[in-house]
Every structure is written in C-alpha cells, then in structure tokens.
Design a protein around this ligand. Sequence first.
Ligand code: HPA
Ligand code: ZN
Length: 315
Amino acid sequence: MPEWLNALPKAELHLHLEGSLEPELLFALAERNQIALPWADVETLRAAYAFNNLQEFLDLYYAGANVLRTEQDFYDLTWAYLQRCKVQNVIHVEPFFDPQTHTDRGIPFEVVLRGIQQALVDGEKQLGISHGLILSFLRHLPEEEAFKTLEQAMPFREAFIGVGLDSSEKGFPPRLFERVFAKARSEGLHAVAHAGEEGPPEYIWEALDLLKIKRIDHGVRAIEDERLMQRIIDEQIPLTVCPLSNIKLCVFEHMGQHNILEMLERGVKVTVNSDDPAYFGGYVGENFAALHEHLGMTEAQAKRLAQNSLDARLA
Ligand code: HPA
Ligand code: ZN
C-alpha cells in the first residue's frame, strides 16, 4: 500500500468483529478450547473463502464463530483487530458484534461483551484508538429474538452507541424490525442497518423511513433509484461501503465496476470499510489500495473518503 494512503487518519464504521477472525487465530482458539474443526489446516480453510453470494459467506462466518467461547477469546479477537488498525492509521472504530450468534450457542451475553469491551478500553489507552460499539441484530431470526437481545443488553446500556441489522438481506426487509428499532431508539441508541447490499433500493427507503437510521451500511444499490440518490445527497446520509466485500460476494463482478467513486463525485457521503477483513482479503488499508489500483482513486479523493469516515462517526 502506498505510504500516503497508509498515513491518512481514518475511521472504520463497518466492521464485524466476528469477521476479523483470521484463520490462524481461529485454529489457535479451536485448540485452546478443544474444538474439532471440519478443515484440516489453515490453508484448507483459506481455500474455502470463495463465495457466490452473501449466504455462502454467512454459512462459513457462523461456522468460524463457533470457536469463540470465553471472555479471553473475545478479547483476543478484538485486540488482534485493533492492532491491525494501529498499523493502518485507523484512529477510530465503530465495530459491530452479533450477540445472537453466541447466545444461541449458550455463551452468556456478558462473556461476549466483557471480552470485547476490555479490548476496546485497552485499545483506547494503549493504542490511542477511540471507539463506539454497535450491537447488531440478526435479520434471519424473528423480531422477538431481537427484542430478547436488546433486553439482555440493557443492563450494559453504556457499553453501546447503537444497534445495527445484519445477516441474510434478501427476504428479510427492514420493516420486520420497526418495533425493536423504535425501542432501541427510545433508549437513546443510534440506529444503523445493512441495506442495499444484495437487497433492492426499497430496503434502503424502509431503513431510513421506518428504522430511522443515521447511516446506511453498504447502500451501493441506491444508485438504481434516482429519487433515493437525491435524498441521500441532500440529507448527507453516510454510506459505509465495503469494496473488497462487494467483490468477494459478487455484488460487483470486478473492482473496476465498483460505483464508490461515482457516488463520491455525485456528492454522496461514502466511506471505505472492510466488513469482514479476514474473509474478504484485507482491512481498511487494503480496501483503499484496491480503489487506487483498480479505479484510479486520486490522493484528493482518498482524503475526502477518509474525512467522510471521520465526519460520519456516531461516537
Ligand atoms: N452483510 C450482512 N451480514 C453480515 C455481513 C455482510 O456483509 N458480514 C457479516 N454479517
Ligand atoms: Zn457488514
């Protein structure tokens, strides 16, 4: 990566902590917790990182998360991510975690949260990286389950800045979660949601109008709806775009076809993020580098993208 790109101060606003689980750490945690894995070794696992769509990725992502059992595991996961951030001059992070992926396996909510939170606090003290944690609901599960998760989170209300919505998008529109998002907002939590990654522009409208989100995660399909484009430009609603993710999950065929710079030039507040860096081929820095290499992103454009990420912080 060019040094001028690395040196830019950046914020990362779209990162699933479970998606930062590198194969080496996954194998180390499996050994520590005495869990048998379906892959022979790190290379075999890495070779399985070939996806035709979001669901194929999610199946592997949830299987990988199975090695996370103890508070120390969640600490080590988060700490490894923060060290990558430090090297790439990511000075602020607003990561997601999926409590249901863990509580449904019998891991207590507070075990997950305490490990993540302690690493974030240490990251602030020792690495100078500020943070705001976002609790994400799994949209392939019913809204009642999201309500239960929110209830479990409330004793730790101060640990979060907001709620998100992730997992399988198609067939699970934002409107299914209108009531639980209203409840979360009434607790003073910010709202964000994945919308317009694989799903249609209508899902972005719903996320804005019904969930009252402050930021759109992905949102690249907004470009198919001119009225929606005008709204997100007029209201300067940030999009947390994840270029390498979009290629790995076949949202775009090649990086040369990605629309992030076209959106930027039209005045959309787009930002660059890594989504699930262990699975998609890189962290924020590699995502910026790919835009430089394949889309001819200039230094001026990179600066605007980095500034957008700092402006779009919720914490
Ligand atoms: N989309 C939806 N859900 C997710 C993703 C994603 O890119 N990564 C982890 N959960
Ligand atoms: Zn995501």
